[in-house]
Design a protein around this ligand. Structure first.
Ligand SMILES: Nc1ncnc2c1ncn2[C@@H]1O[C@H](COP(=O)(O)OP(=O)(O)O)[C@@H](O)[C@H]1O
Ligand SMILES: [Mg+2]
Length: 233
């Protein structure tokens, strides 16, 4: 069934503060926000406005103080830590500015990790990892240690690792913030191609307006509210 465009997640009136009185800072104070299946969304704007905080709440790496985080009508905030770990393993792929690959291990081994955590058979996990690495253009690099790869290649490995379990969402926080323009451009194209091929929802936090404009929708955060963004950063 092609359910592209159906509601995947719904955030209701999320608030998030950091600190303790009298030094409390309000980061998020949102209205309702809907994430649809297959959409591509850029979150843009200056540093410190809460972009990463929002992404981390969507990916359940952080919790809001108030509100609901619904994933297909299930409130993720009521799940236990072990259930959240399963949710993240199966449903979400994360890519960060720094790749966080395991040094000393090959590209294959790194991309196999999510499948091994999910206790899939080794053979199956190897096949999935190999196919994904091939898809991101690293068929020839599978058995190289990640520290021997270039920055652009390392980020491709991170994308392969994020997508190997065929998640519903790819959440990327400044995925090309550490790359030169040429490598960044090719990662941007890869992300949009993979969205079309695999159909996962893509949410990117980025300062790169080329990437932001490749997404269907662009939002920013102002005084804690999620608002449409129109201007160039
Ligand atoms: N764990 C934390 N403890 C205290 N303050 C934090 C924490 N995480 C983020 N902040 C603060 O919240 C604000 C928003 O952070 P963040 O979401 O990382 O912004 P952005 O990604 O837009 O740069 C910043 O002022 C940051 O310093
Ligand atoms: Mg950030």
């Amino acid at each position: 069934m092609d359910d592209t465009g159906s509601v995947l997640m719904h955030l209701t009136q999320i608030t998030k503060t950091f600190g303790a009185p009298p030094e409390v800072i309000n980061i998020l104070d949102t209205s309702d926000f809907t994430i649809t299946r297959g959409m591509t969304l850029a979150v843009v704007g200056p540093s410190g406005i809460g972009k990463s905080t929002l992404l981390n709440i969507i990916g359940t790496l952080d919790r809001p103080d108030k509100g609901k985080v619904l994933f297909q009508d299930q409130n993720l905030l009521s799940l236990r830590q072990d259930q959240l770990a399963v949710f993240r393993n199966e449903r979400v792929g994360f890519v960060f500015q720094f790749h966080y690959l395991l040094q000393g291990f090959s590209a294959m081994e790194n991309v196999m990790i999510p499948g091994l955590i999910a206790r899939k058979s080794k053979k199956m996990v190897e096949n999935l990892a190999e196919n994904m690495l091939e898809r991101v253009g690293l068929a020839e690099r599978c058995h190289h240690r990640v520290e021997d790869l270039s920055g652009g290649e390392q980020q491709r490995v991170a994308i392969a690792r994020a997508l190997v379990m065929n998640p519903d969402m790819l959440l990327a926080d400044e995925p090309t913030g550490n790359l030169d323009e040429k490598n960044a451009d090719s990662i941007h194209s890869l992300i949009t191609e993979l969205n079309k091929e695999l159909g996962m929802t893509v949410i990117v936090v980025t300062h790169n307006m080329k990437l932001a404009h490749m997404m269907e929708k662009m939002v920013t955060i102002q005084k804690g509210k999620i608002l449409p963004a129109y201007e160039r950063d």
